[in-house]
Each structure stands twice: as C-alpha cells, then as structure tokens.
Design a protein around this ligand. Structure first.
Ligand SMILES: [Zn+2]
Length: 360
C-alpha cells in the first residue's frame, strides 16, 4: 500500500491524494475550530484547504497538459503534505520544451489569481483584497493570496521547485545540459543552505524542513543527470556481471537459501531448456520459506515480472528501466540465451572504476 487514494482521472491522468494531505485537512479544520470555538470556523478551514488543494491540482495539470502537448505522458499526479507532484514520463531535454512545461504550472496560478482578483474587484481596486465582508469574498481573497504565494514559492530558482527547472532550461540554451544542471543544482543547494541557516538562527523548524528537501532534490537532480551522461553510449555488455549462479524450476528453494548464504548474489535467473523463464529474488525466497517451508519449488516461488536487456542496449536505457521496475536484477539475454546480469550495485561499481581510470 502506498497510502494514496485515487480521486479523479482527467485526460488519461490519474489524480491521487496522499494520506498526509488528508492529515493537513483534518489538522487545519481542528485547530481552527479549537482556536475560535466555532464549528463553522472549523468547516471554513476545511473548505479553504480543499480549495487550495484544487489550486495545486490545477497547477500540476498545467505541467501535465504542457508536457502532453510535446507528446510526453504523465503517469499520475499525487498531492502530498508538502505539495503536488506530477510524475512526467520524462523531463524534456529540449530547453525550450522544459521551459514551457516548467512555466505552465505557475502560469495556471497567475491566471487564477487574475480571475479571483477580477471577480472580487469587479473593477480593479486593491482595497477589496484587504477589506472583505462576506465569507464567499473572504475565501476568494484568501485564494487570491494563495495563488500569488504559489507563484512566488514555485519560482524560487532551486530544484525541485519549478524555478529550478526554469533556470536550468534558460542556462541550457547556452550551455550543455549537464553543466546547466550542475549550476542550477549548486544554486539550489546554496539557497537551501541559507534557508536552513536562517531556520536554525530563528529557531523555526519549517525553513529547516524545506531546506532539507531542497538540498536533497538538488543533489538528486544533479546525480541523475550525471548518471545519464556517464551511461549514455556505453553498451550493457561492458558493465554486466558474467559470473553468476542460475537455478532450475524444479529445484527446492532450500538450494537457493544455500546459494544466498554462501555468495554475494541476491537474485537468481531461473533457466529451463536454456531459456530464462523467471527470476527468483531474495525476497521471494524469504517470503516462500516463511509461508511454505524450504522444500517449496523454485518454480512456485519465482516471479515472471522482470525486465531484461540485450548486451547491445545502452547502459542508460537499461539502467533507467531497472530503476523503474520492481526487480533488482536484470537478466541480459542475447538471441534467447542468458549472457549476463545487471544490478544497480554493479552499474555503480562500473561507474566508480571508469571514473577512477579516467582521472588517472
Ligand atoms: Zn509546479
């Protein structure tokens, strides 16, 4: 269970709310009720958070639809405690496309802010934003400010905020993609450092919390891009493991327990008549030993859901497929025959060694 509830599907994109978002709804409703001692105030709090949630969904849909325009799908949109995330199938590498996709979210909030402003004001008149009478106009005025804040917050030039992507896209128009990412990530980490320092000095936990997230996200973004660069153009055959154990479907799982205990391998290709018919992972073994004992056959414990690679695939393609999939090891198959295994650890080792050789 991933603690998310599906609430809608729009243009083929599933929208989920994470459990943590429901917590904030309950928390705001409850604290407002307790502070003011009025049920209506509590309900207003809930209504307000739900409306903010709507704004965030529209923001994420802005990104998703802009990406769709360039033929990039969105796996899903999920709302967490800290905000919304649209999981695009990939980040466009063309800087102009990345710029448009990154700006599309905040632009939605700019448009919403203008709409709320016009409804409230009838004619532009700034006073209505600070002097409001009815509950309806109070909500509209607050939502106006929410959208303004969403634009300002998201345009902070640091990953994972949209501003970080905007900055990277702008830099990438003049610099190589990896260099642009390094600069944008470095600036993001500097900002995070400043924010964290300020949080520590003022003794408030929220900036420290945000600084931590920004720091991690910037590092992650730089790491992914470096990895992509390092792995591009390298064939899988250069990095795969060629010494490994295989098992057959009829063997008892007991044999595999011995193999796990006496070696480094965690996942085992299951071979029948020279063909890979499944993968037996360490967690499969543990699960089946727990429920059915050690005499259960490999066939009944193995998984059929695994992805494989060809030795001539690039490491970049294979590694990202491996990260996306549930399996930890990937059989490398050529003309129906198993020729190697690829794991995240051995890709990491390969990178480390190649880097060391390059430095010499
Ligand atoms: Zn955004």
């Amino acid at each position: 269970m991933n603690w998310s509830i599906k609430i809608a599907r729009l243009r083929g994109i599933d929208i989920y709310i994470h459990f943590s978002f429901l917590l904030i709804v309950a928390w705001v409703g409850l604290t407002r009720y307790l502070q003011k001692g009025d049920v209506n105030e509590g309900l207003y709090g809930v209504l307000f958070v739900v409306a903010v949630f709507g704004m965030v969904v529209l923001h994420e849909l802005g990104h998703a639809l802009a990406a769709q325009w360039y033929g990039i799908g969105t796996k899903d949109i999920t709302l967490y405690l800290i905000g919304g995330v649209a999981r695009l199938e990939r980040i466009p590498e063309n800087p102009k496309q990345e710029l448009v996709v990154a700006l599309a979210g905040p632009m939605v909030n700019v448009v919403l802010a203008i709409i709320f402003y016009l409804i409230l004001a009838g004619v532009p008149n700034l006073e209505v934003l600070t002097h409001v009478e009815s509950v309806g106009s109070q909500l509209l005025a607050e939502l106006f400010w929410v959208n303004v804040s969403l634009v300002l917050f998201n345009m902070i030039p640091a990953f994972p905020m949209d501003g970080g992507r905007v900055l990277r896209a702008l830099l990438a128009m003049f610099l190589p993609h990896a260099r642009a990412t390094q600069i944008a990530a470095g600036l993001g980490q500097a900002l995070a450092f400043g924010l964290g320092f300020w949080g520590l000095m003022s003794g408030s936990p929220v900036p420290i919390f945000i600084a931590f997230f920004v720091w991690m996200a910037a590092g992650q973004e730089a790491y992914q891009v470096n990895l992509k660069n390092a792995l591009a153009g390298v064939p899988v055959s250069d990095a795969m493991i060629t010494r490994y154990q295989t098992v057959s479907p009829g063997q008892p799982v007991r044999d595999v327990v011995d193999l796990i205990l006496t070696g480094f391998q965690q996942d085992f290709p299951v071979i029948s008549n020279g063909q890979v018919v499944g993968m037996l992972t360490r967690s499969d073994v543990v699960e089946h030993v727990k429920s059915a004992g050690e005499s259960v056959s490999v066939e009944s414990a193995m998984t059929h859901e695994y992805c494989s690679a060809d030795p001539f695939d690039t490491l970049e393609q294979a590694f990202f497929r491996l990260q996306e999939s549930k399996c930890r090891s990937m059989p490398v198959v050529h003309r129906g025959k198993l020729v190697g295994l690829l794991t995240p650890e051995n890709v990491g080792e390969f990178m480390m060694l190649r880097d060391a050789i390059a430095r010499r």
